[in-house]
Write a protein that binds this ligand. Structure first.
Ligand code: HEM
Length: 476
């Protein structure tokens, strides 16, 4: 599929075909129209609600066997409809920002959203209702979506000299393609029973998807976002981010190969390299936190909590792997709890970064429509676009939800799984409502003649740049 050549309304009709032509000053060139990242992120919030309901529904089915189909369905609502959806939104926004090159096509981005939405909902629904045809279609949609993603991002990711973030994103897009095709294989196996997914083979997909694609996307983009969001200027060249990207990619490949081929020594070596990569990522976080100039805020709390889930997941996975031979039920329960903790690592940081990134994108979108005043009548700031207390409540519900799932699987405690599920529903509703209600109200009021006049009056040259526009003193 080619470029849009300006036919897309929001994309405008100027020379950058897959960029947002009407962006206000200060917004980097090449970014897609706001509806692209916001569409993915809205779908991720809906996915989180679906994931919570699915875990409540699967609460008893996972005990004592966490590989039972209802749990596989709930897991895929989490990894596909929530985490992957959010990560897709982030990469469509940040690849152009980091590389300075626009997407190949805005329409292809919208097609990716539609394809992934279909795959992400049809797979778990098909597994839950035992409809093989529905799972088959989901596999086809997932395969098409990852190809569309790779085709759309390839020209931007071909840029050279942009360091660890771009290298990591290249690996991550490669892993997305591998995950998509493993999905096609696993879905096909449900129809034809070509191989036995028992043992550790079924975890291959979890490892490639969770660490190679979703985790590496976060680790790579964080190297660019943390300097901005923490206002952290790290003196000299720190290498932790680069080590993290390369070690995670090679560790994931070795661990996945070891699990898929049932070669325990290879899998153990891969797990060690992957753990070293994750350690380098945490080292990079510590360096950025130490050199930050922004005061501790809710975003920092989200990021640090997410890091704690990564540590907890690593400990639970190591304990599960050590016990699975001698005590298979306990070992499998701990591995399932580790999966929840690793999911929590990505979910908590996704929700935390959404509270930074969505107001920034929405602010730019409102400015491009001439809306520059808050409901109070003062100049519009990012902080006016959501309620801080509701954001704190969202943090609490997300963290407690992950804790409920972890405890529930580790201790075979179905009430904790059910409570965790409902807390994730609350988190999804809160995040979606909190990040959208004020902007929608501003849009509605600007549509009235009085609102439009006040917006136009307030669109002063003094607001030509976004407030607190993040600066990127990366030093790299
Ligand atoms: C980030 C992406 C993904 C992650 C982290 C992931 C994770 C996992 C995990 C951990 C399992 C094993 C579940 C268990 O045995 O308890 C699994 C199984 C499965 N996955 Fe995925 N997955 C991802 C993407 C996909 C995609 C894109 C598809 C297809 C559309 C898919 C289809 C399946 C199927 C059919 C199974 C069941 C295999 C069987 O036992 O028959 N997955 N996945």
């Amino acid at each position: 599929m080619g470029a849009d050549h300006g036919h897309d309304d929001e994309a405008g009709s100027t020379s950058k075909p897959a960029a947002w032509a009407r962006r206000p000053p200060g917004v980097p060139a090449g970014v897609p129209p706001p509806s692209v990242p916001l569409g993915f992120l809205a779908a991720a919030a809906v996915g989180l609600i679906g994931c919570g309901v699915a875990f409540w529904w699967a609460r008893a089915a996972g005990i004592p066997d966490p590989t039972a189909d209802p749990v596989v369905a709930a897991t895929h609502f989490g990894v596909l409809a929530t985490l992957a959806m959010g990560v897709l939104g982030a990469v469509h926004q940040f690849v152009p920002v980091i590389t300075g090159r626009s997407l190949r096509s805005v329409r292809l981005a919208r097609a990716t959203l539609a394809l992934w939405f279909g795959a992400a909902w049809m797979l778990p629904l098909g597994i839950a209702t035992e409809q093989l045809a529905v799972t088959a279609v989901s596999g086809a949609l997932a395969g098409l979506a990852v190809v569309a993603l790779a085709v759309n991002l390839a020209p931007a990711l071909a840029v050279s000299g942009k360091g660890a973030p771009v290298t990591g994103l290249r690996y991550a897009v490669g892993a997305a393609v591998v995950t998509g095709f493993l999905g096609v294989l696993f879905v096909g196996n449900r129809q034809g029973h070509w191989f036995d997914p028992a043992g550790h083979v079924d975890l291959t997909m979890g490892v490639v998807g969770m660490f190679g694609w979703l985790g590496l996307s976060y680790v790579a983009v964080a190297e660019k976002l943390w300097p901005m969001f923490f206002l952290a200027h790290v003196p000299g060249r720190h290498r932790a981010g680069r080590f993290a990207v390369h070690l995670m990619a090679s560790g994931t490949a070795l661990l996945a190969a070891g699990l898929g081929l049932e070669q325990d020594a290879l899998a153990a070596a891969g797990a060690l390299v992957l753990a070293a990569g994750l350690g380098a990522h945490l080292t990079s976080l510590a360096i950025h936190v130490r050199h930050r100039r922004r005061r501790a805020d809710l975003h920092l709390v989200f990021v640090l909590t997410s890091a704690l889930w990564l540590v907890a997941g690593t400990g639970l996975a190591a304990a599960g792997a050590a016990l699975i031979g001698s005590s298979p039920v306990t070992g499998a329960a701990l591995v399932a709890a580790a999966g929840c903790a690793f999911g929590g690592w990505l979910l908590v940081t996704l929700v935390g970064h959404a509270h930074k990134v969505v107001p920034f994108i929405v602010w730019s979108a409102l400015r491009s429509r001439g809306i520059a005043t808050a409901p109070s009548g003062k100049p519009l700031l990012f902080a006016d676009l959501y309620h801080h207390r509701w954001a704190v409540a969202t943090y609490g519900a997300t963290t407690a939800g992950v804790l409920g799932l972890c405890l529930g699987f580790a201790a075979s405690w179905s009430s904790a799984i059910a409570a965790g599920g409902w807390l994730l529903v609350v988190a999804g509703v809160l995040a979606a409502a909190n990040l959208s209600i004020v902007p929608l109200r501003l849009l509605r009021s600007s549509a009235t003649p009085a609102g439009a006049a006040s917006g136009a009056r307030a669109a002063t040259p003094g607001l030509a740049r976004p407030p607190q526009m993040p600066v990127a003193p990366t030093g790299r």
